[in-house]
Design a binder for this molecule. Structure first.
Ligand SMILES: CC(C)(COP(=O)(O)OP(=O)(O)OC[C@H]1O[C@@H](n2cnc3c(N)ncnc32)[C@H](O)[C@@H]1OP(=O)(O)O)[C@@H](O)C(=O)NCCC(=O)NCCS
Length: 226
């Protein structure tokens, strides 16, 4: 298990509002979550986070537009998997990401908003590491910014805050990251965050990947009174 001394909380309790009534089709969220109280989890874990310059907030309806813009920029997509090939595909991908994110209780995408201007720079994400090769239950950190936002330390500041949330809020004992070989900017971000290179690997599609990892900082033990 990845969670570290996580407080045990009741799970599986049904939200009465979502209990299936005769003649009512289950809401998509019920199917996806098995009826768990996803809203309670979202309130606890999908919280707004702040850095000196940015507000990080979970994706919300309406974010499809700027996400579509990101997915249609080939430079932004150069080192990403599953690049949409047409504007329509980019739009569908953006819509699917928002829809799924709204149902995710612990992890997901956080939009990076400029505190001063309100401008959206992109997102940073904590998600299950995709099993590029074999099963995996790791959680991975990633980030994607619009081109105009590159080179200003934004990814490091935003992802660093989400990483802290992974340890302090979600109580993970480690976080992974996977980049495509050659993504120098992303590698620099990971190094600046204190993540260390773990291994090279190849995706099923033949792409060269590099895995990084960071462990949770040790928890300070209370000292016994003299
Ligand atoms: C990767 C990405 C998020 C970096 O965002 P950013 O806000 O520009 O990153 P930061 O400014 O915090 O740090 C980038 C570091 O890499 C360096 N860097 C940037 N481009 C570089 C390049 N082509 N070669 C070498 N170093 C580079 C920067 O100088 C900086 O290091 P420094 O602080 O020591 O000067 C951004 O380029 C991006 O969105 N790319 C497209 C999506 C993507 O590939 N995401 C990662 C998927 S794993």
């Amino acid at each position: 298990m990845l969670t570290r001394a996580a407080p045990i909380e009741p799970v599986g309790r049904r939200n009465p509002e979502r209990t299936r009534k005769p003649g009512r089709l289950p809401h998509l969220a019920e199917i996806y979550t098995g009826g768990l109280d996803i809203e309670a989890r979202r309130r606890k874990y999908r919280i707004d986070l702040e850095t000196p310059r940015f507000l990080l907030r979970p994706l919300a309806a309406g974010d499809e537009d700027w996400l579509t813009d990101l997915f249609t920029d080939p430079e932004v997509n150069r080192f990403l998997w599953d690049q949409p090939e047409t504007p329509e595909e980019a739009r569908r991908t953006a819509e699917a990401i928002v829809q799924l994110d709204l149902m995710r209780g612990h992890f997901g995408h956080w939009a990076i908003l400029d505190k001063t201007s309100g401008e959206v720079h992109g997102w940073t994400e904590l998600s299950k590491l995709r099993p590029w090769w074999g099963p995996s239950d790791e959680i991975a950190l990633s980030y994607v910014l619009g081109r105009a936002s590159w080179g200003r330390g934004i990814a490091t500041e935003a992802a660093g805050r989400l990483l802290r949330h992974a340890f302090e809020g979600a109580r993970l004992d480690r976080v992974m990251a996977v980049i495509m070989a050659g993504n120098t900017a992303s590698k620099h971000v990971l190094e600046k965050l204190g993540m260390r290179f773990v291994k090279n690997a190849k995706s099923a599609g033949g792409q060269q990947l590099q895995y990084f990892r960071i462990d949770a900082p040790p928890v300070a033990q209370p000292t016994a009174p003299e």
